[in-house]
Design a binder for this molecule. Sequence first.
Ligand code: ZN
Length: 335
Amino acid sequence: MPPLFTVRPLPALARRLLFLLACAGLLTAPHARAAASAAFTIEPRLLGRTLNAAQRATVQEAAARVSALIASPFVPVRLDAPAGDCDQGLPRLRETARQFVVFVIVKNLEDDLYATGMPCDLRDGSFLPMYGTIELNSDGLNDLPRADLLDTMIHEFLHTLGVGTLWEAEYRVSVSGDPDGRTFVRRVGRQLYYTGPRALAAYRALGGREVGVPLDPDAGHWAGDAVCSEILSGSAGEFTGRVNPVSPLTLGALEDLGYRVNRAAGAPFRLPTGRSCATQVTPKPGAPQARPPAGFSSCAAARAAGATLPLRRGQPGYRPELDGDRDGLACENRP
Ligand SMILES: [Zn+2]
């Protein structure tokens, strides 16, 4: 058995990162390119506890939305792995996958997080994932509003594609054990930045001026206080009640990994001005103010009220909208 690429993040990272991966075949070897290929489709396979029909539909919708971002064809790939190889909940794999398979294992994670994801083997040559896994926390799942489950699953499927999970050289090792050597993360002092060229260009086009796109300390999410409401933001901060947008930053990150993307599938997006997420949203003149949901309207409001941060899920004041990385801790980042 060749050394199989499995992300085994440090325990601390494992708690933080919603790791995932997926695959597509843009930068494939010539022989692979000659293989029959099809439109890129994520195929979620549910394992573990049963989801209700609405939850299953939401998972499917998230998979479809992420699939629609990818313009590269999916090159069929041979999956051959013993049971439990990438995740202990996985069956033995012996098949030729014609879609990007993501195993979604629903179980009690016994932790305050919504989901985690992991990349499984990476293709030789392209270093794109061959399949992926998501562990979805069954605890509290029935209380999770549809928009939050959809947002979480889109976020996780992006991780399966390598966004936020294949940014550092240590993870970029193919199924045969070949290292890619590239890294998209740069550290300046204590701050981490994403420096992949396409996402960086998108950041510049949006007016971003730092040396790279600011990242959370886990090196796998946009810094919530610098990018704010975005599908890959860590602490998304002030605003939501909706599915966070897939911005040109995340589309650029997909391109940096080697996917072609459907630019039109992205959402309109603006960076906040200064360091306030509130400046990201331009209210329509005369539009009625939405009634704030239960919990603090923003992390700033929580701080102003003297709340002990971070807010934990289940604690007064906690709102999923303030918990961008969905780990059950809201407002973790100090301004
Ligand atoms: Zn994540």
